[in-house]
Design a protein around this ligand. Sequence first.
Ligand code: NAD
Length: 361
Amino acid sequence: MNLNILVLPGDGIGTEVTREAVRVLRHVARKWNHTLHLSEGLLGGIAIHRTGTPFPEQTERLALAADATLMGAVGLPEFDNVPPEKRPEKGLLGIRKALGVYANLRPVRTYSALLDASPLKNHLVDGTDMIIVRELTGGIYYGTPRGILEDGGETRAVNTMTYTRAEIERVSRMAFHLARGRRKKVTSVDKSNVLENSQLWRRVVTEVAAEFPDVALDHLLVDNCAMQLVLNPRRFDVVLTENMFGDILSDEGAVLAGSIGMLPSASIGDRKPSGAWVGLYEPVHGSAPDIAGQNKANPLGAIGSVAAMLEYSFGLKEEAGAVNAAMEAVLQSGKVTADLRPSGAPATTEQVGEAVCAAIG
Ligand code: NAD
């Protein structure tokens, strides 16, 4: 298969973790005989330094031409006090918008070697393996009217939650497609006992479910879902929800797995003519200026993002499974970075990348 991928290392530890993620990608391509076309672009603080803007036109062109984009992290302390539109983080919003990615996927799985890092009891969290699918471009974060108003001597704040049928349909189809490749279960999360938005959400999700008779659907109210995530996380396969509920639930899901350096994410849009799903893959963490340039960042979130890319954008389940299994083997071996508190001397970022490749074989 042709894997046409743009790499945007970004700032701080972004460059270090993407180097290891690319090492793993090259290894997988060699082993399974895929042809890798890699391009590299500028995003974030480094892009401001070189071109004056966090999301240069050249980067946009490269992203639109690629099948998938692998991102490190952006953000440099020197920009902490500049206005939001001039900050490196503006580049993230720019690329998400340019690519039209409307579903954010957060895989949440536990690794047996890290069970003690979870705040939950081992027997509750062991075996957790879910994906939270969050609608990314609609809902209350984007609805209008919005603002803080002076109204007859009273100050009032207004936000608007709004969804169209089309917005709900496309993200629902994505969730059902994903479930088909997994344990075939979608849990849709809403607040339909109170919100009209959620009533439309539930109606449309139920209609889309009819197109996927092999996938089971259940509905949970968001308050109950927040509770079930900590009471019985193994019950979930694919969790489908709107933007704000997903924002909150995905962070709740994130802590189940342990260190922030472990967490991958994927943002997906429509299908390209090549058959690949447009996708933007990045670890959840930021540029970590406190440890940047020291070869001690945990690259597993970035490497997990490569696994997610292989699976979601290219449908390469075997390769993705091999990367995930290799990460598990490396965790078991104890060759991990300092954030995972190894019993012996911590491994470097580079050593972890090399160990994952060796474990893939
Ligand atoms: P951060 O995620 O960069 O760091 C938080 C803490 O976690 C730090 O102590 C850091 O050392 C540690 N950490 C993070 N990733 C790690 C890894 N892979 N291995 C080991 N330790 C790791 O968050 P922050 O400090 O709030 O933000 C730093 C900069 O990153 C800011 O400029 C922020 O705006 C930016 N940021 C960018 C993104 C992104 O690019 N998607 C996300 C979050 C924050």
